[in-house]
Design a protein around this ligand. Structure first.
Ligand code: SAM
Length: 245
């Protein structure tokens, strides 16, 4: 049985897809999809030998070697252009994810769907998609075992007629949701304003409060500047949360 997080990612893969799961670790996602008859072909990509071996064993044990190809390599280097329709990348930081997508741009020409689950740095993934012609189509937030995860989907060919998801807007006639804030919190997630989203940002506030308290002990100019920036960040998040609640 998959974790709820991986199940939600699996649920977003259209039937009959050819997928590449990059950073597949034990290849749980592609083997689940193949067993379920949901994919016709899969690549499990891994850059590290340990997880690569684990993925190879899992695919062999499941008798899925004809459907899933396990490949050792960095990011999208493991796929040929046109080989897959869907790419899933889950369980790594947003900046690594954005750099994998950026380095593998030439592999994305025939890809029709990206399903991305960054563990942190979601804003960097949204920004990469926005700046590289991908349209964010959905965002999901879930909590499992005390951790909060976001799952983003995106499709190619953002057109100039699409509404700008990150256009800054005013909440409650006073608080401005800036582009930067929307990239951080997620335009659909903010719209939905779920309890999990509020909990996520309350816990981010607690972390920032702690950092600010530590910086308050320092007299260094750099620390003072940092404390000021964090203070502004805290104020902005509080204002937005007050409007969302
Ligand atoms: N995708 C699985 C999941 O969500 O449960 C596994 C996530 S695991 C925490 C992250 C995996 O990404 C690790 O197995 C790591 O070796 C792999 N990884 C990290 N950087 C990578 C890269 N540049 N290319 C391919 N895999 C990478």
């Amino acid at each position: 049985k998959l974790s709820n997080r991986l199940q939600m990612i699996a649920d977003r893969v259209p039937n009959g897809s050819r997928i590449a799961d990059i950073g597949s670790d034990h290849a749980l996602l592609p083997t689940y999809l193949a067993k379920d008859g949901r994919i016709t072909f899969g690549v499990a990509g891994e850059v590290n030998p340990g997880p690569f071996d684990a993925a190879s064993r899992q695919v062999l044990e499941c008798g899925l070697s004809k459907v899933i190809s396990v490949r050792l390599g960095d990011g999208l280097a493991v796929i040929e252009p046109g080989e897959v329709d869907v790419i899933t990348i889950a369980g790594m930081g947003g900046s690594l994810m954005a750099s994998i997508l950026d380095a593998g741009k030439n592999k994305l020409a025939n890809v029709s769907l990206l399903i991305l689950q960054p563990n942190v740095g979601e804003d960097q993934v949204r920004r990469w998609l926005d700046e590289n012609g991908w349209r964010l189509t959905s965002e999901t937030i879930l909590e499992e075992d005390g951790k909060i995860y976001e799952i983003l989907t995106a499709v190619p060919q953002k057109s100039s007629e699409d509404p700008d998801l990150y256009q800054s807007r005013v909440l409650d006639e006073k608080v401005t949701l800036t582009k930067q804030r929307l990239l951080l919190m997620g335009p659909y997630l903010v719209e939905e304003a779920s309890e999990v989203l509020i909990r996520k940002w309350e816990s981010e506030l607690q972390k920032l409060d702690m950092i600010q308290a530590q910086l308050a002990h320092s007299t260094a100019e750099a620390s003072k500047a940092k404390a000021l920036a964090i203070g502004n960040e805290i104020k902005e998040i509080r204002e937005v949360l007050d409007c969302l609640r």
